[in-house]
Design a protein around this ligand. Structure first.
Ligand code: IOT
Ligand code: MG
Length: 533
């Protein structure tokens, strides 16, 4: 019998911090609230079962009785931070009805009707049938903690879509969806398990790689990892028409499974092909849609976004489009927030994320479910549109797929700092498995970049949008020039701007993530003045 502690899935539980340790001893309660940038409803977590005990906190983006989605059987406990996108298939394979439910109701979980239990409960059932191999069957965006007696599974989805950090302290293992919750100075004991990613600011804290599960035995201390997904190195040769059809079908399903059970979704819209396709498919699903576009005094793509919003608005009732303009100063002031949320220092990645964090923090109202086109350029080689030969393009795509891990560019915390949940249809596992293996001549064709995607969306977008060349978010919003000007204004020589940027980001991380500061404590100008010239 599974005790359901949370049957609501959308858009509940999307971040958590938790510690787990071996039984038989219970764990002392952690009185202090965890250090998390994500904002939401915090609930203490205290659970004891056969072979393990949990103590910590869960955080849900919506007011919720129990924080992250949890399920408990006698010896199995499941805590899922995030959501599954192949519930129906998983429920069917596990013998739980047709599995078509939305996951928002409280169902019996058996029989021939749609499965309506929560994601964590569904996982507990599927685990009972498939064991740890169930992790190879999941399509979702989650960090997962599963205890089976003294055996602990700590896993991320195929993309590491919800970052998960791990720290072993004696008999206990501490886990959190944000590194800062674990990076307490003076609390460093225990050898990290092999096979995990290093984390800046600590010798002992590790990040669980994308598509990986860490398996730790809480009593013996034995540890191993296993892989649940890898980017395909193979390339397929469908006909162009087949490639277009498969792309469209996979994307439609990915967008559909990401829509809220109730309420209106938001799409962040630049007017480029990636986000316009997502907006068009979301609008077509008939749940209403709000599109939002941001710009600064140095640049915007408002006209391109408005063209799409008007086109969709004429076809689907109930669409709303908003433009948000920031001054360059307001944009740059978000730099500490971007590092605080992303927990990385890569200058290129922060340049992409800065305008998006600034935008998410300006989205008002109750917590939103935000659809983004982020990530499309990685499997399709969109950032390498100037690559002149197909082998070069394919090499660059393979390189990007081999190096995305640990960059946290799709972390939910980027929007969770403002209480929102983001979701990335192009990094749906099935979409990625459809796009990535296409031979390069379907990604770049007739001199057109992201050809297969443009064709797949041609009937739902204005012809001008389908043709429109790519402009990166950092270019369209003026972020690149704003950052350059900032460092030049602080006396950095033009040939040292890049190096200075890297130093500033490292220093921000060390202060905010590894150190105890909060973005509110950091006036950016003073902070930059304090750095070595
Ligand atoms: P870009 O593709 O321009 O933007 C990513 C998403 O952010 C868009 O699809 C859109 O949903 C949103 N967005 C962009 N600009 C605006 C705007 N002005 N207003 C509202 N929403 C907007 C970088 C990039 O060029 O972003 N991201 C790439 C590649 C990442 C590289 N990473 C890697 N190699 N590991 C991407 O694939 O999205
Ligand atoms: Mg893009």
């Amino acid at each position: 019998m599974i005790h359901r502690t949370n049957a609501s899935v959308t858009p509940a539980a999307v971040a958590f911090a938790v510690t787990a340790a071996a039984a038989p001893g219970d764990l002392p309660r952690t009185p202090r609230e965890p250090r998390l940038a994500a904002r939401g409803h915090l609930t203490p977590l205290h659970h004891r079962a056969l072979g393990h005990a949990w103590d910590g906190w869960t955080l849900a983006l919506e007011e919720h009785p129990d924080g992250a989605a949890r399920a408990h059987t006698g010896r199995v406990s499941v805590l899922l931070a995030g959501e599954l996108h192949n519930r129906a298939e998983l429920a069917r394979a596990t013998g739980l009805g047709t599995g078509a439910g939305t996951g928002t109701g409280v169902g019996t979980g058996t029989g021939t009707g749609p499965y309506e239990g929560g994601d964590a409960e569904l996982l507990a059932h599927a685990y009972a049938r498939y064991g740890e191999h169930v992790l190879r069957m999941l399509n979702g965006r989650y960090a997962l903690l599963l205890c089976d007696g003294p055996l602990l599974l700590a896993a991320t989805d195929h993309a590491g879509g919800v970052p998960l950090y791990l720290h072993r302290t004696g008999a206990a293992v501490r886990l959190a969806t944000e590194a800062k919750a674990l990076l307490h100075p003076g609390d460093h004991t225990g050898t990290p398990p092999a096979g995990l990613l290093p984390v800046r600011g600590s010798q002992e804290v590790r990040q669980v790689p994308a598509g990986t599960a860490a398996v730790l035995h809480l009593e013996t201390g034995a540890a191993r990892t296993f892989t649940t997904w890898t980017p395909s190195p193979a390339r397929h040769l469908p006909t162009p028409d087949q490639a277009v059809t498969r792309t469209r079908e996979a994307l439609e399903r990915a967008v559909r499974t990401r829509l809220p059970a109730a309420g209106t979704p938001t799409a962040v819209l630049s007017g480029g092909i990636d986000s316009s396709t997502v907006a068009a498919l979301a609008a077509g699903a008939g749940h209403g849609l709000e599109t939002v576009s941001m710009g600064t005094d140095l640049g915007d793509e408002f006209a391109a976004a408005r063209l799409v919003a008007d086109h969709l608005g004429a076809r689907h009732p109930g669409l709303r489009h908003t433009e948000i303009t920031l001054t360059t100063g307001e944009l740059l002031a978000e730099l500490p927030w971007a590092v605080w949320a992303a927990e990385v220092t890569d200058p290129d990645i922060i340049e992409y994320l800065l305008p998006l964090v600034a935008l998410y923090r300006r989205l008002d109202g109750p917590p939103r479910r935000i659809l983004t086109g982020y990530g499309a350029d990685i499997p399709l080689g969109g950032m390498h549109r100037h690559a002149r030969h197909l082998p070069e393009l394919d090499d660059l795509v393979a390189h990007d797929m081999a190096h995305f891990d640990g960059l946290n560019e799709m972390s939910p915390t980027l929007a969770a700092i403002a209480g929102h949940w983001t979701t990335h249809p192009y990094w749906d596992r099935d979409v990625l498995d459809t796009l990535l293996p296409l031979e390069a001549g379907l990604k770049h064709r007739d001199g057109i970049d992201k050809w297969v995607l443009r064709r797949a969306a041609a009937d739902v977008l204005p012809a001008e949008t389908v043709r429109r060349p790519k402009l990166g978010v950092h270019e369209g919003s003026g972020t690149t020039s704003a950052l350059d000007r900032l460092f030049l204004a602080h006396g950095t020589a033009p040939d040292r701007v890049r190096q200075a940027r890297r130093q500033a980001l490292d220093a921000l991380y060390d202060t905010l993530v590894a150190g105890p500061a909060h973005p509110d404590d950091i006036p950016l100008d003073d902070f930059l003045k304090g750095l070595p010239a």
